[in-house]
Design a protein around this ligand. Structure first.
Ligand SMILES: Cc1cc2nc3c(=O)[nH]c(=O)nc-3n(C[C@H](O)[C@H](O)[C@H](O)COP(=O)(O)OP(=O)(O)OC[C@H]3O[C@@H](n4cnc5c(N)ncnc54)[C@H](O)[C@@H]3O)c2cc1C
Length: 315
């Protein structure tokens, strides 16, 4: 693809990552087009008239691929703090440390027993066929009790869809699988286990909120970046993108990071079954309510480790 012209649509994390890599590999003939007037997509942050910075929902860095970590170090430099994830689950009139499945000892005793009993029932994994969906996976790996008390209500709350409607391919390291010995040890010896997970500590930009991780991409790609340029039509036969202002660009290779159901609408001649499939894709939306507090904050010094009090959330 040495001489190919590459067009990227969208300058969210995916488009920025692709652009950065093309630049790093020495490609010259490429451009990235973004409908908004800033980069970052759903991981952006906005500053309002009162000077508050708002993230589009809380963002925690999960990924720990070596390349990704190195890139984060390069982009943020010293301009970050290291946060310790400390999340708590409000249940049965009390807080449990996250991940729930490692800290069931905080539940009422009958509920602890239900969870342990469920775990005992699944110890023989040979009884199970491959899970057909996320709910089945949870039942097979965590047992009925943990699913009843936590996995089912929590995941419905997070994704706004029942776990039976979700597949299991996205999970990776995101869900803490259960180790019966560890669970029993924590229950009997009354020990906590809060530190699990790829995001138990994570870097956060010192300035600019979550979006502060994405704006530092701009200097690397600015010669190829076109903001406020919304793609409206993709002619896949002629390999041409038409933008809202009537201008066009041709491509040999197109990397679209636009939501699938929308991009399908932009391509004339897409077969009806593809249209139908795109329309049937499920997704959830969110409303964010921010509360600004007037006062002075003590700016954390570069590279410091901060630790927050438990927040009343189920995150
Ligand atoms: C509330 C919330 C919490 C989240 N928490 C986390 C978290 O803790 N950790 C984590 O890793 N991830 C988290 N995510 C997910 C993360 O934000 C997304 O995975 C990421 O933003 C996806 O990046 P993307 O570039 O693929 O898509 P997007 O961020 O959606 O970017 C797509 C870009 O395409 C642009 N675009 C759309 N249409 C057009 C068009 N016609 N022409 C040109 N440009 C167009 C958009 O303006 C946008 O900038 C969270 C997401 C939300 C909403």
């Amino acid at each position: 693809m040495g001489d190919a012209r590459i067009v990227i649509l969208g300058a969210g994390p995916t488009g920025l990552g692709a652009a950065y890599r093309l630049q790093e590999l020495g490609y010259r003939d490429w451009d990235i087009y973004e409908a908004d007037d800033h980069v970052g997509g759903l991981a952006s942050s906005y500053v309002d008239d009162a000077g508050f910075t708002w993230d589009l929902g809380g963002h925690v860095m999960f990924s720990h691929y070596e390349y990704f970590d190195r890139l984060v170090d390069k982009l943020l430099g010293e301009d970050h703090s290291v946060k310790m994830r400390e999340a708590w689950v409000w249940m049965c009139d009390r807080y449990l440390p996250y991940p729930f499945q490692n800290n069931i000892r905080y539940l009422p005793k009958e509920a602890v027993w239900e969870c342990v009993q469920g775990l005992l029932e699944i110890q023989d994994q040979s009884q199970f066929a491959p899970p057909a969906n996320f709910h089945e996976l949870n039942l097979q790996k965590m047992g009925k009790g943990i699913v009843k008390y936590f996995m089912e209500p929590y995941n419905f709350k997070v994704w706004a869809h029942h776990p039976t409607l979700m597949n299991t391919r996205w999970i990776g390291e995101r869900v803490s699988m259960v180790d019966l010995e560890k669970v029993l040890r924590n229950v009997i010896l009354e020990e906590d286990n809060k530190s699990w997970g790829p995001n138990n500590t994570f870097k956060f930009p010192l300035r600019g909120g979550t979006g502060g991780l994405y704006t530092p991409f701009v200097p690397y790609i600015k010669d190829h970046l076109h903001l406020s340029t919304r793609a409206e039509r993709i002619d896949t036969a002629r390999k041409r993108v038409t933008f809202a202002d009537g201008t066009t660009t041709d491509y040999d290779i197109l990397i679209s990071t636009i939501a699938l159901d929308r991009v399908v609408d932009m391509i004339p001649g897409v077969p009806a079954e593809v249209h139908g499939a795109a329309k049937r894709l499920d997704y959830s939306g969110s409303y964010f309510v921010g509360i600004g507090v007037k006062g002075r904050i003590r700016a954390p010094s570069a590279g410091c480790t901060t630790r927050r009090r438990p927040a009343p959330s189920t995150g």
